[in-house]
Design a protein around this ligand. Structure first.
Ligand SMILES: [Zn+2]
Length: 273
């Protein structure tokens, strides 16, 4: 079911981890951002859009994680964009004959059978200097940054006051750092500063997972994510409800502890003998 966030911007929320697919209305059809998870759900979305007389004219994936790069044939054979780094990371993955086996362990077992793999990750990278998505609709600004995953990009639809945040600024997930990066914590803090620099223009923030928030929520989430990362950086225990004893996702505190361990290991490896 599509819900309007503001005029011309709609969201479909999946059952899996409250994943949000975003639909932006253009002149002759819609831009579909991070399409969704299960085959049935993608087909239903394609159907809803067809009934609205709004064919998909372009796609965009905010980053190369599997849950943001799925597709369904019923959306049509239209350009699917991502940042150059996002596309390169996917090409890298898909160049392995066993790419499906590599993804499989990360799929949620209760949905694994329903996730269509055929068109996964077929993303065209936009040139590194591209500031907007090339399409016939409201200007969609690409805010690329180094955080969470290679080539991660948030999108700002300025005319509508909407920030599509990818896997950041979630009310249910704490920051997942890109632990392969050279400076995951500083990168994350820099990305949050980027979001802060556009916050005055935003009336709604749509995270990759979780609830849509208003302008105040945007600022509160930036602060909450910043506090989490700074606590990790400075060796404090984060006082963050998302990973505390009453976390709404009961497995998340474990992921948080795993993240802490990985960071500690990195530090050990970096300390000169
Ligand atoms: Zn995700």
């Amino acid at each position: 079911m599509l819900k309007q966030v503001v005029e011309g911007v709609l969201v479909h929320e999946s059952e899996f981890l409250q994943s949000n697919s975003v639909v932006v209305q253009g002149r002759h059809g819609v831009l579909l951002i991070d399409p969704g998870i299960t085959g049935d759900e993608l087909a239903a979305l394609a159907n809803d859009l067809r009934e609205l007389g709004q064919p998909v004219v372009a796609g965009f994936s905010t980053h190369p994680d599997w849950d943001h790069v799925l597709w369904h044939a019923n959306f049509g054979d239209v350009p699917r964009y991502g940042t150059a780094r996002c596309a390169a990371s996917l090409q890298d993955l898909l160049s392995n004959a066993d790419w499906r086996d590599r993804i499989a362990p990360g799929l949620p077992p209760e949905y694994a059978e329903e996730i269509p793999m055929e068109l996964l990750g077929l993303i065209t990278g936009l040139p590194a200097e591209a500031a907007q998505i090339p399409w016939d609709g409201p200007e969609v600004r690409i805010i690329e940054h180094q955080a969470h995953a290679p080539g991660h990009a948030a999108l700002l639809i300025e005319e509508r006051g909407v920030l599509v945040a990818g896997d950041m600024l979630s009310d249910i997930l704490m920051p997942f750092l890109d632990l392969e990066a050279a400076n995951p914590m500083e990168d994350y803090l820099a990305a949050l500063r980027l979001f802060e620099s556009v916050a005055d223009d935003v009336v709604a923030v749509i995270p990759g997972h979780g609830s849509v928030g208003g302008a105040e929520q945007l600022r509160a989430r930036i602060e909450q994510d910043r506090a989490y990362v700074q606590d990790l950086r400075d060796g404090r225990v984060p006082d963050d409800p998302r990973v505390g004893p009453s976390a709404s996702l009961d497995w998340l505190p474990d992921v948080h502890r795993w993240q802490l361990q990985r960071l500690a290991q990195r530090e050990q490896n970096e300390t000169p003998a």
